[in-house]
Design a protein around this ligand. Structure first.
Ligand code: TRP
Length: 455
């Protein structure tokens, strides 16, 4: 079975693919503005603490479960002998399908903006509303994005996912550094950097801590078995600890650099930072226009190409989870599974596609004042991911047990027993992650679905 399932050819390939899953829209359009709203550097400190103390152990646990069993998230729990826990994998699958359904829509917008920038249509920033309501156009972009994702995934682990990551991730790095260097030469760049980097600790409120945690967890692709799946393609030789550390560093690093790049652009034109995540689609095109016709087209196109590449390696990982399940458990050929599932998720995503202006009933979903796509995020990102993380860590620490986790990690890391890393992981999976993620889940459900706000 193992050989047919595929395996990453190299350590670098695995790290790039997993970092590709982590680095996505979350890093480039969400992180910088969460930093801006949450007190600049102060938010970054909270975020980093969560990434390394809480998320890192969860990541190690996911990868270890995957590698131990060589299975998809559902099959993994069964393979370890705990059939009752397979529902955690099912929950992850369900959550992943929901995430991909709306994530692909936003990815389609990013790609659409790339095309608009190439043709020099900077006015698109002012037409963001009409753009997202034009369901024919964004439907086509969404279809194209899902098709590209499916094409990559149908190539398999080595020739599809790993190869795409090896092309897309270095390109992404090159683009982001180029844009960063360019941005810092703009007038007012320093003001932007100051806003981004000078901490204002008074802004650290419970709600900032809450969003930093949610952001960290989503950004690292945790809680739904994406890394169980990628872990199942990792060779026994690899050191799970150092790999997870590199994936975490890459994700945090790219998010941080995205902020360094975006704020100089924003301050160059004195734009309002309170524009939130929509800022990227509304304000940036106008700023690119001021750079002049040639430079504006180059910088603008590169920016949205960057966003599209970042999104693509993430949609690939999201699609791979249900695909691996269907291939392993129902023995359907990969190619067939990929196109079936991609088509299915595209259809599930149609309400989200129509929820940003095209259909009023979905734009203001059942009169909640919140659109359907945001509702899907409340369920998937904000509720199911923390719940999944809670269940995975409880399972690892108290059901599968830590000595089994240790054993799996030690295979590629002989010095693990007794190391500091081991203490960190044990503390994380046994106490820190279950407690904090459990609280996060309860707070979110109370807040989003019952209107009770405790923080
Ligand atoms: N981490 C990606 C981002 O920041 C999104 C993503 C991809 C994801 N795969 C995931 C999130 C799995 C949660 C679970 O954009």
């Amino acid at each position: 079975m193992g050989a047919q399932r595929g395996e990453f050819q190299s350590r670098l390939g695995f790290i790039l693919a997993a970092a590709g899953s982590a680095v996505g829209l979350g890093n480039i359009w969400k992180f910088p503005f969460e930093v801006g709203n949450g007190g600049g550097a102060a938010f970054v400190v909270v975020y980093l603490t969560f990434c390394f103390l809480l998320c890192f152990p969860v990541m190690v646990a996911e990868i270890a479960i995957g590698r131990k069993t060589n299975k998809n998230p559902v099959g993994a729990f069964k393979d370890l002998g705990y059939h009752n826990w397979a529902f955690v994998g099912m929950l992850g699958l369900f959550c992943g399908v929901l995430i991909l359904s709306f994530y692909n829509v936003v990815a389609g917008w990013a790609f659409g903006y790339f095309l608009e920038m190439v043709s020099g249509n900077f006015a698109i920033g002012k037409q963001f509303g009409p753009f997202t309501s034009n369901w024919v156009k964004i439907g086509l972009y969404g279809l194209l994005f899902m098709g590209t994702t499916a094409f990559i995934v149908s190539g398999g682990v080595k020739d599809g996912i790993e190869r795409a990551a090896k092309i897309l991730m270095p390109s992404l790095l090159a683009i982001i550094f180029f844009l960063l260097i360019y941005a810092t030469t703009l007038p007012n760049a320093m003001k932007g950097l100051e806003f981004y980097l000078v901490p204002d600790f008074s802004k650290i409120t419970p709600s900032v801590i809450y969003s930093a945690l949610g952001q960290a967890f989503f950004s690292l692709s945790l809680g739904m078995g994406a890394l169980i799946t990628y872990g199942s393609y990792v060779s026994k030789r690899e050191n799970i600890i150092t790999s997870a550390a590199m994936i975490t560093l890459a994700d945090v690093g790219i998010a941080f650099i995205a902020g360094l790049m975006i704020f100089p652009f924003v301050f160059y034109q004195g734009a309002d930072t309170a524009g939130g995540a929509g800022l990227i689609f509304t304000v940036l095109p106008e700023i690119f226009e001021t750079l002049g016709p040639t430079l504006g087209v180059i910088i603008g196109s590169l920016f949205f190409l960057l966003l599209s590449f970042a999104a693509l390696t993430s949609t690939v990982s999201l699609l791979e989870v249900p695909v691996s399940y269907v291939v392993d458990e129902h023995e359907i050929p990969r190619n067939k599974a990929v196109w079936m599932i991609a088509g299915f998720i595209f259809v599930i995503g149609i309400p989200s596609l129509l929820a940003n202006g095209a259909v009023p009933m979905l734009t203001n979903f059942i009169d909640t004042g919140v659109d359907f796509m945001t509702w899907v995020q409340f369920v998937a990102n904000d509720s199911l991911l923390p719940l999944g993380g809670f269940l995975i860590t409880v399972f690892t620490a108290y059901v599968w047990k830590k000595h089994n986790l240790d054993e799996e990690i030690s295979i590629g890391y002989p010095g693990y027993e007794g190391s500091f890393a081991q203490k960190l992981i044990h503390f994380g999976v046994s106490y820190l992650a279950p407690v904090i993620l459990g609280i996060l889940f309860i707070l979110t459900v109370l807040n989003r679905f019952f209107g009770v706000s405790l923080i």
